[in-house]
Write a protein that binds this ligand. Structure first.
Ligand SMILES: *[C@@H]1O[C@H](CO)[C@@H](O)[C@H](O)[C@H]1NC(C)=O
Ligand SMILES: *[C@@H]1O[C@H](CO)[C@@H](O)[C@H](O)[C@H]1NC(C)=O
Length: 239
């Protein structure tokens, strides 16, 4: 036991460092704590890692629709866009929803635009994915696009891409920086998996939703701290 203790202590310390970095990174980027002004819950979310964006959704298997909210920080004079790309995880071909603040009405009215391979302003046009219930808002430096999508053949695994920029041409979102996050903001998404949100998780009957360790960064930090202390203790005892 005495001989095994230092090795165990080292293993625990290693685990504790990994857990601490996970807890810290997820508390900085967690999508699960975000709430929405539009009524209705989103069951799952994903922190998209690029451009500070998050995607939130509720998937309805019975009819293959998914209610989404895309959030991205941007100046009020900028634009944001998100969309599924049936051709793969890249910008060209994305069936995008685009939003900016209309300077004359002050409103955010998301519209659909297929992203072409050649750089061009994002004109309003039909996209291959049926979208309804489009709404948008700009609040506290963050754009939110709401929509209901009908998934092609009820296909839950999709490629998607997203973007944000402040460049317009002829009153339309046009260009974006071709560096950093702006060219890395693509990925794949599974509408059945994702991070459960606190609002979307089922509430126990007659009570408020039980806080889950997975959705509470602070709780995770406490678990880390305990593991660390236990590790140090074992190390001390072992030596
Ligand atoms: C799809 O199913 C959900 C959940 O049953 C329902 O709320 C929604 O209205 C349905 N949408 C359509 C377009 O049928
Ligand atoms: C902005 O709002 C005005 C007034 O509602 C409208 O006439 C115009 O078409 C809108 N512009 C865009 C680009 O949506």
């Amino acid at each position: 036991m005495a001989a095994a203790a230092p090795a165990m202590a080292r293993a625990l310390l290693g685990l504790c460092l990994v857990a601490a970095s996970l807890a810290l990174s997820s508390s900085a980027q967690s999508c699960a704590s975000l709430t929405f002004s539009r009524s209705g819950d989103f069951a799952l979310c994903s922190s998209l890692q690029r451009l500070g964006s998050t995607l939130h959704w509720t998937y309805h298997p019975s009819n293959g629709t998914v209610d989404i909210a895309f959030r991205a920080p941007q100046r009020s004079t900028g634009w944001v866009a998100w969309g599924i790309n049936p051709q793969g995880p890249r910008m060209a071909g994305t069936q995008a929803l685009v939003a900016f603040v209309n300077s004359s009405s002050g409103l955010v009215v998301p519209y659909t635009s297929p992203v072409s391979a050649a750089p061009a302003p994002l004109q309003q046009a039909d996209i291959s994915i049926r979208t309804t219930n489009r709404q948008g808002e700009f609040s506290g430096g963050v754009f939110t696009i709401y929509a209901t999508l009908t998934l092609t053949n009820n296909q839950i695994r999709v490629s998607h891409s997203w973007q944000s920029s402040t460049t317009f041409s002829g009153g339309l979102p046009a260009d974006h920086p071709s560096t950093g996050d702006h060219i890395l903001s693509t990925g794949t998404l599974d509408f059945l998996s994702g991070e459960p949100t606190s609002r979307g998780s089922p509430a126990p009957p007659g009570g408020s939703p039980a806080p889950s360790i997975a959705t509470l960064p602070l709780a995770r930090l406490y678990v880390c701290a305990c593991t660390c202390m236990f590790g140090w203790m074992l190390m001390y005892v072992g030596m």
